[in-house]
Design a protein around this ligand. Sequence first.
Ligand code: B1M
Length: 210
Amino acid sequence: MDDHQPLYEAILIGDGKAARAATEQALAAGMDPLKLVQDHMMRAMAEVGRRFECHDYFVPELLLAARAMKSALEPIRPLLKNQSIGPSGCVLIGTVTGDLHDIGKNLVIAMLEGAGFEVVDLGVNVPPGQFVQKIKEKNPHIVAMSALLTTTMPAMKTTIDALKQAGVRNQVKIIVGGAPITQKYADEIGADGYTETASGAVALARKVMA
Ligand code: B1M
């Protein structure tokens, strides 16, 4: 793990150029892209979160680290895509209203695309009405929602309620994820599935479609 300490450090200090260079170097050395994400990048983001909690870091540092993580992910996304084995279904995905976190969602997208799913990305801060409108437009098999804040988790339920009210709930399978989400919460709000990790999203999407 220590072989890729420069990547970890670059994300921690929010140096996008160094993070990307360290990723490219690790990939060139034959490092598995998924392992790089899980063992180095996510570990760095967890440390950023820890420093934020104990007031060593503030919002600007979070932003810089997020930007560095995005730069580091750039060379990885096409590699995940290349693992595609053909179309598996269409997934509409977004981070719920009030929530601006998108790194986890983008990883989920990369994994789904890698597994051959067509993904329609609604971005962040997506209001329930926009999910409804896009379901009508795109007719996806699955709607995936991400939330990173305890304060925005309830927007998942609001969104499901809006889908019910619009009469489109039963047209789609709903899957949810994000750090504060649990299986218990997913069950409570009537989602069809929950996964803790981006890589788990592929197996879950396949399961709910079956
Ligand atoms: Co924010 N933030 N943040 N932040 N931020 C957290 C989430 C926090 C835990 C930090 C902390 O205090 N330790 C905390 C939330 C506390 C809580 O809710 N109880 C927090 C806070 C408080 C805030 C603000 C309120 C801070 C402020 O302004 N005072 C603010 C809120 C803004 C808003 O959204 N309205 C805020 C802002 C930000 C930035 C914008 C600066 C930046 C995000 C930039 C971006 O995403 N473009 C940011 C960051 C970077 C973080 C931390 C440090 C890192 C998040 C991250 O990207 N992790 C985070 C602390 C942490 O996570 N330890 C924190 C890496 C990413 C790969 O993991 O997103 O968990 P994650 O995704 C995982 C899984 O969760 C899963 O797959 C991924 C990979 O396995 N997954 C899914 C995610 N979505 C899924 C959907 C699925 C399936 C799986 O669908 C089926």
